[in-house]
Design a protein around this ligand. Structure first.
Ligand code: 5GP
Ligand code: ZN
Length: 116
C-alpha cells in the first residue's frame, strides 16, 4: 500500500531501527517507546489488522509470535514481555498495518488494563 507508513518502512522509504527481519516479517524499535524495550513486529506484506486477516495469513501470524521471545531477550527483556496487538477503532489501533508490540525491559510492564 503506497500510503502506508509501515509499508514504507518495509520498502526502505522511511528509516527504522530494525532488530530482525526475514522474508516474511520485520521487527523494528517503536519510535516512541512506552517501555525500555518496545519493538514492533509486522508482516512485510500489507495486512491492515487482525480484523482483516485471511486463513492464508496464519503462518505469518504464527511466525510473529514465535519470534517474540527471541526478539525480547535480544533487546533486553530476558525475563518475560508482553505482546499487544491493537485492532481497529475499539482496540485504538493508530497505524492500519498489522503490528505486534513487544514491550518489556528489566521491570514488570504494569497492569494489563484498567478494570471496569
Ligand atoms: P498502534 O496504536 O497502531 O497499535 O501503534 C502504533 C505504534 O507505531 C505507536 O506505538 C507509534 O509510536 C509507532 N509508530 C508510528 N509511526 C512510526 C514510525 O514512523 N516509526 C516507528 N518506528 N514507529 C512508529
Ligand atoms: Zn502497510
Amino acid at each position: 500500500m503506497s500510503d502506508c507508513i509501515f509499508c514504507k518502512i518495509v520498502d526502505g522509504k522511511i528509516p527504522a531501527a530494525k532488530v530482525f527481519e526475514d522474508d516474511d516479517i520485520l521487527a523494528f524499535k517503536d519510535i516512541s517507546p512506552a517501555r525500555p524495550v518496545h519493538v514492533l513486529v509486522i508482516p512485510k506484506k500489507h495486512i491492515t489488522s487482525l480484523a482483516t486477516v485471511s486463513p492464508e495469513d496464519s503462518p505469518i501470524l504464527g511466525k510473529i509470535l514465535a519470534k517474540a521471545n527471541e526478539i525480547a531477550v535480544a533487546q533486553g527483556s530476558p525475563d518475560g514481555f508482553r505482546v499487544i496487538i491493537n485492532t481497529g477503532r475499539v482496540g485504538q489501533q493508530e497505524v492500519p498495518h498489522l503490528h505486534a508490540h513487544i514491550v518489556g525491559g528489566p521491570d514488570p510492564v504494569g497492569p494489563m488494563l484498567k478494570r471496569i
